[in-house]
Design a binder for this molecule. Structure first.
Ligand code: SF4
Ligand code: SF4
Length: 323
C-alpha cells in the first residue's frame, strides 16, 4: 500500500470552515466480509480494529447534544461489530435518525440472517453499495458472487417494505465508477438503475447516490501502482466546481473512529488526518461535549478535489444536479 497522504499534502484546495454539526458518522471498525478494489477504507476480513462498548456508550451519550439529528454508521461492514445493534437500539430510543451503510452481502454472514427485520423494526435508513446494475461489473469490482448476493438482499429488504412508497423505510443505493473517471450525471443513471433493477429483478429503491472515487487508500494506491495517480488528480482538479464548496459534507458532519477520535470526514479518518480544534492536533469525542465546532477550520488536502469535481460528491451523493 502506497503512502497517499504525502502525495496529497501539498494542496491549493481553498480553506473552508465547519458549520453546525448535524450528523455523527461513526466508523465502528474496518473489518469487512469483502475486499473491494475501490475501497477507501482498505477494509477486509483480516482487519481487527473494532469499536468497543465504552466508545459506543460515549457515542450514545453524545447523541443527546444539541443539533445532532443523525447517526450514520459505517465501516468496514458495520453490522459485524458486536455492538452494532446496541448502537441502533440506543439511538432509536433517543429519537435520532439512524443510517446503516450496508454492503448487502453481509446478510449472508453468520449471525446476520435476521438483520433486515432488525433494521426495519428500528426504521433504519439503508445506504447500500451497488456500483452497477450489471453482474459482470459488480463482481469485477467487489468480488465473485457479490451481485447475486446483493440482489437477494435487496429483494429481502423490498419484501419488508424498504424502498416502497409510503412505507417510511428508506433504501438508497450507491454507485461509484469502476475506474479513474468521474461518475455520470446522477438523475439519468438513477433512472437506468430503476429500469434495469425493476425489470430484471423486481427491485425498487428510493434514490441512487453517485459518488466519486477518492484517490486514497486501496483505490489511490492502485492508481499509483498503475501510474495513473497524477492523471486522476488532474481530472479532479480540472472539473473543480467552486459552488460545491458550500455543501461538502464536512461542513455538517463529524467522523468518529473506532477509538473515539474525530476527523472532518471518513476520508480524512482513513488518511489519519485528525480534526483540529482549539489548537489541539487531535480531539477525542469525550472532549467535544458542550463544545461547538462551528467555525473551526477543516483539514483539507488534495483529495478534497474528489468532493468538488463536476456534480460534486458526498455521503448523500451528488451535491449539484446541474453539471
Ligand atoms: S467498499 Fe465497503 S464493502 Fe467493499 S471492502 Fe470497503 S467497506 Fe467493505
Ligand atoms: S475530503 Fe473530507 S475534508 Fe475534504 S472536502 Fe471532502 S468531506 Fe471535506
Amino acid at each position: 500500500m502506497h503512502d497517499m497522504l504525502s502525495r496529497l499534502a501539498t494542496t491549493d484546495f481553498p480553506p473552508i470552515a465547519r458549520g453546525t454539526t448535524e450528523t455523527l458518522q461513526v466508523n465502528v471498525g474496518y473489518k469487512c466480509n469483502q475486499t473491494c478494489v475501490h475501497c477507501h477504507v482498505n477494509a477486509g476480513p483480516t482487519r481487527t480494529e473494532m469499536m468497543g462498548r465504552e466508545t459506543a456508550d460515549l457515542v450514545i451519550a453524545f447523541l443527546t447534544s444539541p443539533g445532532i439529528r443523525t447517526l450514520d454508521i459505517t465501516g468496514g461492514a458495520p453490522e459485524l461489530n458486536p455492538h452494532f445493534r446496541y448502537l441502533v437500539e440506543s439511538a432509536c430510543a433517543l429519537g435520532v435518525h439512524v443510517m446503516d451503510r450496508c454492503n448487502l452481502t453481509v446478510l449472508d454472514e453468520n449471525g446476520q440472517h435476521d438483520l433486515p427485520e432488525f433494521l426495519a423494526a428500528h426504521r433504519v435508513e439503508i445506504v447500500a453499495s451497488l456500483p452497477c446494475y450489471l453482474e459482470t461489473n459488480v463482481d469485477a469490482q467487489r468480488g465473485k458472487g457479490v451481485f447475486a448476493s446483493s440482489v437477494r438482499a435487496l429483494q429481502r429488504f423490498n419484501r419488508l417494505g424498504y424502498g416502497k412508497a409510503d412505507s417510511g423505510l428508506t433504501l438508497n443505493l450507491v454507485y461509484n465508477p469502476q475506474g479513474p473517471v468521474l461518475p455520470p450525471a446522477q438523475a439519468p443513471l438513477e433512472a437506468d438503475y430503476r429500469r434495469r433493477l425493476g425489470d430484471g429483478f423486481g427491485i425498487t429503491f428510493n434514490h441512487l447516490y453517485v459518488l466519486t472515487n477518492m484517490p486514497i487508500q486501496r483505490f489511490g494506491s492502485t492508481l499509483v501502482s498503475k501510474g495513473l495517480f497524477e492523471e486522476y488528480m488532474t481530472l479532479l482538479k480540472g472539473a473543480y466546481q467552486p459552488a460545491n464548496l458550500d455543501t461538502v459534507m464536512c461542513r455538517s458532519l463529524v467522523s468518529v473512529d473506532w477509538q473515539g477520535y474525530l476527523y472532518d470526514c471518513d476520508f480524512n479518518q482513513m488518511l489519519g488526518l485528525a480534526l483540529t480544534h482549539a489548537g489541539h492536533p487531535r480531539t477525542h469525542l469525550s472532549e467535544l461535549f458542550e463544545r461547538d465546532l462551528a467555525g473551526s477550520p477543516i483539514n483539507v488536502r488534495d483529495h478534497c478535489y474528489g468532493c468538488t469535481a463536476g456534480q460534486g460528491s458526498s455521503c448523500g451523493g451528488a451535491l449539484s444536479q446541474e453539471q
